[in-house]
Each structure stands twice: as C-alpha cells, then as structure tokens.
Design a binder for this molecule. Structure first.
Ligand code: IPD
Ligand code: CA
Ligand code: CA
Ligand code: CA
Length: 267
C-alpha cells in the first residue's frame, strides 16, 4: 500500500475504535487548564496511528499533538497527526470531533485526510487531485460578498472576546457577514469551508496538527488560506489562520482587518 492508502486505512480504523470508546472517568486530564483536555483515547489513538505509519514507513518523521516529534529518517516525508481534533467535543458531546492526518513530501503537500468520526464522513485530498467527501467531489462556495458569507471560528473566546490587536477588525467582520458559527474543531471547520458549507474561517491560534491536513483539502477544493497578516501559513509552527472560499473574499477580509488593527500592532 502507498502512503495515502495506508493513512486512509489507519484513519478509518482509528475512527471505528473511537466510535466505540467513551472517555472514562479517571482518564480525562487537564493539560494547561480546564479548557484544554486530553484523554486516554487521544493518547492511544496517536500511538495507534504512529505505530501503523512507522511500521510501514520507518524513515518518515511524525509530528503529533500528544507525543514528542519523531525525527526525520531520510525519506523527506513528514506526517502531522491530530488523533482527536475537538477533544472537548469528544468528552462533552461525543460528536463533532475528527481524526486528522496530513502528509508532506519535501515540504510539498502530498495528501490530507480528515474523518468526521460520528458522521462517518471522510474528507480527503491528494495534491493536484481535487477534494472528496467519501467518494464525492467537494468544492468551495461561489459566494463573493461578505453579507452572504458564513464565518466559522473554533475559538469564540480568543477570536472575539479576548484583547488582541486584531479584535476590532474581527468584531466588525462578524457584523458584516451573514452569521458566525463555532463547532470547536479546526479540521472540521476548515473542511466545512472546503465543502461550501461556510465561506470564511478564522482562528487566533492553531497548531500544525490542527490545520495541516485540512488545508490540503481546502486548497484542492478551491479555497485559500494564510496567516492573519496575509503571510503564507507556516507548515511547522503554530499560527493564527484565515481561510476563505476565494482569493477576492480573503483579500477583502485582510484589508478590513488591517484597517482596524490597533496602532500597537502597526507601530
Ligand atoms: C483544538 C480544537 C479547538 C481549537 C483549539 C484546538 P484539540 O484542538 O480544534 O476547536 O479552538 O485551538 O487546539 O486540542 O481538540 O485537538
Ligand atoms: Ca488538545
Ligand atoms: Ca486539534
Ligand atoms: Ca487533539
């Protein structure tokens, strides 16, 4: 099996395990605080994915949320694993969480897989091959105006309520769009933009394992993504993220945010 097929089989198997699992009492822990959970299932799922990948491709590097990165072994392939994206949803709702696996070859996106576990929907894309939900092609929305756009953000508190230099611009954006939604799962929210179910995505904080798989799916579905200042989104470090269904809509949002950025940031 090639890497894509291996990843697909592992993601589906991980999803089947998670569907049956329940976050047991005594196996849910706080990492940095009560809004940042990890469960035994997060750890076991990451170990399951890591061992499946490394037994098939021992020279590949792995960057995952719950364990230290494995160093590159010479193949030029780096995997980004989020075993459960949306751990809070997994614990509180047992839905709206995803298994997210992205793979880059020599810094070039190779493929991304995002499984909406409880819905049983697998988003996937190979570089240059378009984006799919299960076997059906998906495409971003054709909406080009803010007043008709839906904005999704995984972290309402950070995006709109905490003080930060771009807050005024984002609050204004929230008033300009048709509506704001929050699922609490970066990967599924980016896939919603890829599938035409939302037009904009913004996150103040996102890590490579949160967005590196879904960004490939979004790009293959015709969308665009960048940092909040318009710079390219880095592959290996955390960043604020802006994504849109089209370049003109992205540019419009960037212009609005930059016009509203506090002088502290501009100066
Ligand atoms: C988190 C979720 C959440 C987002 C956080 C992420 P996790 O991932 O995607 O929606 O607001 O920034 O860290 O911890 O559940 O994998
Ligand atoms: Ca986490
Ligand atoms: Ca995550
Ligand atoms: Ca996670």
């Amino acid at each position: 099996m090639d890497r894509f097929d291996t990843a697909r089989a592992l993601v589906l198997a991980a999803g089947a395990r998670l569907r049956l699992a329940r976050p047991e009492a005594g196996a849910v822990w706080e990492k940095t605080g009560h809004q940042d959970l990890v469960t035994r299932c997060d750890r076991e799922t990451e170990q399951f994915l890591r061992s499946g990948i490394l037994s098939a491709f021992p020279g590949d590097a792995i960057v995952g949320e719950e364990y230290p990165a494995t160093p590159p072994g010479g193949t030029g392939c780096v995997w980004y694993l989020d075993p459960i994206d949306g751990t809070t949803n997994f614990v509180s709702q047992h839905r709206n969480y995803a298994v997210s696996v992205g793979c880059y070859q020599d810094g070039v996106p190779a493929f991304g897989l995002v499984l909406d576990v409880e819905r049983g929907a697998l988003y996937s894309a190979r570089h240059g091959g378009g984006a799919l939900r299960d076997e059906a092609p998906i495409h971003v929305s054709h909406c080009g105006v803010l007043r008709d756009a839906l904005l999704t953000t995984p972290g309402v508190l950070h995006t709109f309520l905490r003080e930060h230099p771009r807050r005024a611009g984002l609050v204004e954006l929230a008033g300009a769009v048709r509506g704001v939604r929050s699922m609490g799962c970066v990967a599924l929210e980016l896939c919603a933009v890829a599938a035409g179910e939302a037009e904009l995505f913004v996150a103040l904080r996102s890590c490579p394992w949160d967005h590196n798989a879904a960004r490939i799916i979004l790009a293959e579905a015709g969308g665009c993504i960048c940092a909040l200042d318009g710079a390219p989104l880095p592959q290996d470090t955390g960043s604020a993220v802006l994504a849109a269904c089209s370049r003109p809509l992205l540019e419009q949002v960037l212009a609005g945010i930059s016009a509203n950025t506090s002088s502290r940031e501009n100066g």
